[in-house]
Design a protein around this ligand. Structure first.
Ligand code: C5P
Length: 296
């Protein structure tokens, strides 16, 4: 069997409201996922040797962890168990997406492994797709979005109930700022003061306005000011470096600057390359990494 190379793109959340707490301890969300062209690459190579081996080439802030803890490895393990196949696989992962950054890097890797293995092993029937979707949801709340294969998806429930949206963001360049440190997601949800019903209903109205603006084809000047992320409430006061970068982007004229997911990345949407370059320059005094990206 021949090997397979797959791209594993990152995401940003253009909108994220916490609409409730669930009996299973997770939170119900209303979120808008957007895939971007900042990406890791993965090679899956069937092996003569039994087992799953993962090697990582670090081009970002990746800190080595036991391979069994890596979502790419865990996705392969879940695939072979779920489809009752004997594992014999080498995975090579080139890591460019910062980890612990709200960009869904690990979740994207997991989805890419599930997708790649389903191709290699020809598990492509509708029943196989349903099984893959279940495996994805078991690996993490953001994994189903990456498996869905759409650039834009509305997410509800834990983020696994998805609706693909054919949005038209207009001409844009995203400026992403990663401050160099991770923000672990569980702590963010634990520290969150849940919004009351009135705040949630204001958010739902803002969300509808955002979607409408993004369907209209108007550029970021029309839709970026409507972006919201409830998870900024617990994170920004506790992490001045994130708040400072966000303030710098706003002061430099960004139509909207916001944290992605549970952080630590902050991003802004510019209407032109020149504006993006100006926003990136405003981040010069901040230590960390700046990326330019597009929805993809
Ligand atoms: O599903 P995932 O592993 O990405 O979630 C990490 C943590 O984030 C969970 O353990 C939970 O504390 C929190 N979370 C949540 N509600 C969500 C998604 C994540 O409470 N919808």
């Amino acid at each position: 069997m021949k090997g397979l190379s797959v791209l594993s793109r990152a995401k940003v959340n253009l909108f994220l409201e916490v609409t409730g707490r669930r009996p299973d301890g997770y939170h119900d969300l209303l979120t808008l996922f957007a895939r971007i062209n900042l990406a890791d690459s993965l090679t899956l190579r069937p092996s003569a040797k039994p087992g799953i081996r993962l090697s990582v080439v670090n081009k970002s802030n990746f800190v080595p962890i036991p391979q069994e803890k890596n979502l790419a490895w865990r996705a392969a393990d879940a695939f072979y168990r779920g489809f009752r196949l004997e594992p014999a696989l080498d995975i090579r992962l080139v890591k460019r997406i910062p980890a612990g950054a709200g960009l869904g890097g690990g979740s994207s890797n997991a989805a890419a492994v599930l997708e790649g293995l389903s191709r290699l092993h020809r598990r492509r029937s509708p029943a196989d797709r349903r099984r893959l979707a279940r495996l994805a949801a078991g690996l993490g709340s953001d994994v189903p979005f990456f498996l869905a294969g759409s650039v834009f998806c509305e997410g509800r429930g834990r983020g696994e109930k998805l609706k693909a949206l054919a949005l038209k963001p207009g001409r844009h360049t995203l400026v992403l700022y990663f401050p160099g440190f991770q923000v672990p997601t569980p702590g963010v949800y634990a520290a969150l003061e849940r919004p009351g019903p009135a705040a949630v209903s204001v958010s739902r109205r803002d969300y509808r306005r955002l979607i409408k603006a993004m369907f209209s084809g108007a550029g970021p000047a029309a839709w970026a000011p409507l972006m919201r992320n409830r998870l900024e409430d617990p994170v920004l006061p506790a992490r001045p470096a994130i708040a400072r970068a966000r303030a710098r982007l706003s002061a430099a004229g960004a139509a909207g600057a916001m944290m992605s997911g549970s952080g630590s990345t902050v991003f802004a949407a510019a209407g032109s390359r020149a504006e993006a370059a100006r926003l990136a320059r405003a981040l010069k005094p901040c230590k960390g990494m700046v990326f330019l990206a597009e929805f993809a």
